[in-house]
Write a protein that binds this ligand. Structure first.
Ligand code: PEP
Length: 250
């Protein structure tokens, strides 16, 4: 039985006080959603600490949105995985399309970040997905395959057993345009097949989340698909009621 996960990527939103309020609201409503759903919130670095404090005692985990490629040292502006882990974070989002697109993240940098995450006991939420042009050209399978082969295939079995993958079609992120449940299932099943080539039966255990304009009104249909194990949620994660309602989609 694969883990069911609903992870909220807050991106560069909320001031610390707003983030704490949001986290507390998620904690307050958590009881309305099945215990079987694993909720994760990923606030900006600046209020990770306060959000960790706000969710203490609940079964809501906290993740960061990125980490540095290096362990420590003269890397102005960077935040090391060991710093994130020391705060009590359990997860780190890596390879989000906004980081690939705006900050030039490549498989080379992501391999280093993955190594840092694992060395510090963090579970990566590794994002893959095609842009609109690639989808329209029918290249979405090849794009996702390459993003997996170039990074995930470098993991040991032990590391892979502690990985979450998020399939996020770039054309659906923050656009209000969602992949249909069938489109999501088609590519999730394909991603699992690619993972099976390298990791065999372990691929059955890897949670694959859908991300891209997921909201309370479409979550249930998407989560009902066999190879969809939850969602990575952007905009809707900023409203506690919506974020929790997405969890009710299982
Ligand atoms: C995301 O950026 O991870 C995301 C899925 O955003 P949204 O839900 O806003 O499309």
């Amino acid at each position: 039985m694969r883990k069911k996960i609903v992870a909220g990527n807050w991106k560069m939103n909320t001031l610390p006080s707003e983030g704490v309020e949001l986290a507390k609201a998620v904690v307050a409503g958590r009881g309305e959603v099945c215990e079987c759903v694993n909720f994760i919130v990923c606030p900006p670095f600046t209020h990770l600490s306060q959000v960790i404090e706000a969710v203490k005692g609940s079964n809501i985990a906290v993740g960061a949105q990125d980490c540095a490629t290096e362990t420590k040292g003269a890397y102005t502006g960077e935040v090391a995985a060991q710093m994130i882990a020391a705060l009590g974070c359990k997860y780190v989002i890596l390879g989000h399309s906004e980081r690939r697109q705006y900050y030039g993240e490549t498989s080379e940098t992501l391999n280093k970040k993955m190594a840092q995450a694992y060395a510090n006991g963090l579970t990566p939420i590794y994002c893959v997905g095609e842009n609109l042009e690639e989808r329209e050209a029918g290249n979405h399978f090849a794009v996702c395959k390459a993003q997996i082969e170039e990074v995930v295939f470098n993991l040991t079995e032990e590391q892979f057993a502690n990985l979450v993958i998020a399939y996020e079609p770039v054309w659906a992120i923050g656009t209000g345009k969602t992949a249909t449940a069938d489109q999501a299932q088609e590519i999730h099943a394909y991603i699992r097949e690619v993972l099976r080539e390298k990791f065999g039966a372990l691929a059955e255990e890897c949670p694959i989340l859908y991300g891209g304009s997921c909201k309370p009104s479409n979550a249930a249909e998407i989560f009902a698909k066999e190879d969809v194990d939850g969602g990575l949620i952007g905009g809707a994660a900023l409203v506690a009621g919506d974020f929790l309602a997405i969890g009710k989609g299982f």
